[in-house]
Design a protein around this ligand. Structure first.
Ligand SMILES: Cc1cc2nc3c(=O)[nH]c(=O)nc-3n(C[C@H](O)[C@H](O)[C@H](O)COP(=O)(O)OP(=O)(O)OC[C@H]3O[C@@H](n4cnc5c(N)ncnc54)[C@H](O)[C@@H]3O)c2cc1C
Length: 445
């Protein structure tokens, strides 16, 4: 029997264009359904107010409207429950022969997808997952010795060398008019029905939001190299949340950067390559989720106990007495985003000045960042803590005061996030803390 129907499972690819799973399903099947699942095992662990859930909810709504527009009335089936049960059940109900989705590289998602694939297999339904989120996935790039890359520069060279046109050409979606109509009574649950409240999210969601940011950034990309480190400037793209949820395609961004002959565009492209780099690290070494990439650093004697807990709390709340660190933490808490320079400064402060385990900071960022991405967040934290691959050497320790002088010379950024007279005394002395940090790491590797 020739295959007739497929189910496209949308996850972190919330757009209707340049879409691997849609292209594949519409290319091979006569009838195609689309579904998004608000996955309970993920959602149940979140607080009732979560900017990400609101972002996803709004983006799913927008995607549903876009699919309906292009297919003359069809749209997205939206479910709330455990995807491991819902997807196989829905596939059976709809009578599809295949479930198609974009590959997710996070360990928990890999386990979930394996469970879904097993349940589908029991009913002779295929499960296909495709590269969409990154340009090179898994072990597509290998060192001369056939292993993974743990140093960025040779990875970047291999990435550039291997960049054949098909890597960045769009996954054109044709035949959306064949998207199956939704049954009567199908609707997208309200945020409250999912157990969440509205937040202060002020970002424009969905592909429309991504497009707006992208249009603006294309005119500024040439200045990226000179502006990117100054948090008071609009120097970066702010596309991270959109890349995280796939409201814009990575291929479109890379294609554009490749056509630009400016230092800014090259430097920005480099960051997109870092994104792939950390994804391949996580895929090869899923243990980094909770362990040091460099195993010798598992032995770092991190600070614990009441003093460390109080200092951790001060760091979380932006009360360390170091104005740049505090302003950065307040930016995170009040907007859900933090500038890259400040992610490095705050992560360095927590792990080096306060001697607190990088995992505590990593988990805190995971809860608050709109763009939270395990591969990039873990990579960034382990870089700052010096436990990661190609990380900051342990003896090079950021001075939070010098960082402020260099990257916020007029104090504009600090003032934006600090109330009048809101300068508590420093909770540690940087010079002394630095000595402690050096002692903590010395002799370990
Ligand atoms: C401690 C720490 C934690 C971080 N956590 C995350 C995270 O959870 N999610 C996340 O997307 N990025 C993370 N980053 C990387 C980086 O800070 C953000 O991607 C960036 O600040 C997002 O802003 P932007 O979109 O304006 O970036 P731009 O400067 O415009 O960069 C464009 C895109 O490149 C990617 N990118 C940029 N820098 C990096 C990097 N160092 N590593 C991997 N990808 C990168 C992002 O997708 C970003 O949107 C972290 C960095 C550090 C030091």
């Amino acid at each position: 029997m020739t295959p007739t129907a497929a189910l496209v499972w949308f996850r972190r690819d919330l757009r209707a264009r340049d879409h691997a799973a849609l292209r594949e399903a519409l290319g091979r099947f006569g009838r195609v359904h689309g579904v998004f699942v608000f996955d309970r095992p993920i959602l149940d662990a979140l607080p009732e107010e979560d900017r990400r859930v609101e972002f996803i909810h709004g983006s799913v709504r927008e995607l549903d409207r876009e699919l309906a527009r292009q297919s003359k009335g069809a749209g997205l089936l939206v479910r709330h429950g455990d995807a491991r049960e819902l997807i196989p059940r829905l596939a059976l109900e709809l009578g599809v022969q295949e479930v198609v989705c974009a590959t997710d590289y996070e360990p928990k998602a890999i386990q979930r997808d394996a469970a879904v694939a097993r349940a589908l297999e029991a009913h002779n339904i295929a499960f296909t997952s495709l590269r969409d989120k990154v340009i090179f996935e898994k072990d597509e790039l290998k060192t001369g010795a056939g292993g993974m890359y743990s140093v960025f520069t040779p990875y970047r060279k291999a990435w550039m060398r291997s960049l054949a046109p098909h890597r960045v050409s769009p996954f054109e979606v044709e035949g959306l008019e064949r998207l199956a109509p939704k049954g009567a009574g199908e609707r997208i649950p309200e945020l409250a029905e999912l157990g969440f409240r509205k937040t202060d999210l002020s970002l424009r969601v969905g592909s429309g939001g991504a497009r707006e940011l992208w249009d603006g950034f294309q005119t500024r990309i040439g200045n990226y190299q000179q502006d990117r480190d100054f948090p008071a400037l609009e120097g970066t793209s702010r596309l991270s949340v959109h890349l995280r949820f796939g409201t814009i395609s990575i291929r479109e961004l890379v294609r554009f950067a490749l056509t630009q002959d400016t230092e800014g565009a090259q430097s920005w492209l480099n960051e997109l390559v870092w994104r792939d780099f950390y994804h391949q690290i996580l895929w090869h070494r899923p243990d980094v989720e909770s362990h040091a990439f460099k195993r010798a650093y598992e032995a770092v004697p991190w600070e614990e106990g009441a003093v460390a807990d109080a200092r951790f709390e001060a760091w979380c709340e932006g009360r360390t007495g170091y104005p740049l660190v505090d302003a950065a933490m307040r930016q995170l808490l009040s907007t859900g985003w933090m500038h890259n320079r400040l992610r490095m400064v705050t992560a360095s402060f927590l792990t080096k000045d306060l001697g607190i385990h990088w995992l505590r900071g990593e988990r805190f960022f995971a809860r608050h960042l709109l763009d939270y991405d395990l591969a990039a967040n873990n990579g960034g934290w382990q870089w700052a803590a010096s436990t990661g691959c190609d990380a900051q050497p342990w003896f090079r320790i950021f001075n939070p005061t010098t960082q402020a002088r260099t990257f916020d010379p007029k104090g504009e950024f600090i003032r934006r996030y600090q109330g009048d007279g809101d300068f508590p005394p420093p909770i540690v002395d940087h010079a002394l803390a630095r000595q402690d940090a050096l002692r903590r790491f010395k002799g370990l590797a």
